[in-house]
Design a protein around this ligand. Structure first.
Ligand SMILES: [Zn+2]
Length: 250
């Protein structure tokens, strides 16, 4: 693997299948999250062709189906976990200004229960709901995972570290007035991952993002933290391996 991947290659800790349509022959080290309940088959096929990819099973809070009962959602998720043997649970989480916040919390709770049951890391989406996130996480004793597109202060980062949560750093780091940019100096590199969230969250005027953008975020992180780029990349890649490779072997 080390011969195929150069030192400046940043592992993408969070992206989506919609960004991976090209037929690249280069090995890709990335974690591809599900957005909908039925994404399992497509993701499993992707991993078959790209064995270095990690895949998730989960329902993004924008795509929860309020017509399904909680029991049925649990059953569908568990069936997909057993069938496709994902490397992590996600994307799941909370977004305060989106509809049905109570239901979002219940469904998020189901994902966390399954992550704990199958000893899998969980990939969390959290927008304007860090207090609720911490409250739900406090009900669990043995979870680990990442909060993707982290954008909050260093105190919240510290609380999340106590819950074994790493933080995904993406295009928000390029915005110097973001909460993240203001707090990043105080957040230890041991807690950080780099992610594209491709094809979403592009930077500048770009229409879509891609995993290749991760190098730019790593450079910005190096600048903000005054640490050299090779050290940044080596550490975030190591954090990726620790988080996703420690999943139950398939
Ligand atoms: Zn995402």
């Amino acid at each position: 693997m080390s011969k195929l991947i150069d030192d400046m290659y940043v592992y993408d800790a969070h992206c989506h299948l919609e960004s991976l349509k090209d037929k690249s022959t280069k090995p890709r080290i990335l974690a591809v999250a599900a957005t909908e309940l039925n994404d399992g088959l497509k993701l499993a096929r992707y991993r078959q062709n790209n064995p270095l990819a990690k895949i998730g099973i989960g329902v993004h809070p924008w795509y929860i189906q309020s017509n399904l009962t909680l029991d049925l959602i649990t059953e569908k998720l568990e069936t997909a976990i057993l069938k496709y043997q994902p490397d992590f649970i996600g994307e799941t989480g909370l977004e305060k200004l989106k509809p049905e916040f109570d239901l979002q919390q219940e469904i998020f709770h189901i994902h966390l229960q399954l992550a704990q049951k199958y000893n899998l890391p969980v990939v969390i989406h959290c927008v304007r709901a860090y207090n609720e996130l911490l409250a739900i996480l406090s009900k669990f004793t043995s979870l680990r995972g990442m909060v993707h597109a982290y954008n909050a202060n260093s105190e919240t980062a510290k609380q999340l570290a106590k819950k074994n949560m790493l933080l995904g750093i993406g295009s928000i780091i390029l915005n110097e007035s973001s909460q993240l940019s203001k707090s990043i100096e105080k957040i230890p590199l041991e807690q950080l991952l780099i992610e594209s969230d491709a094809p979403y969250m592009p930077y500048g005027a770009k229409e879509f993002s891609s995993s290749g953008d991760c190098i730019l975020y790593a450079k910005q992180l190096a600048e903000n933290k005054k640490i050299n780029l090779t050290e940044i990349i080596s550490k975030v890649n190591q954090n990726f391996i620790t988080l996703f490779n420690s999943a139950v072997t398939r």
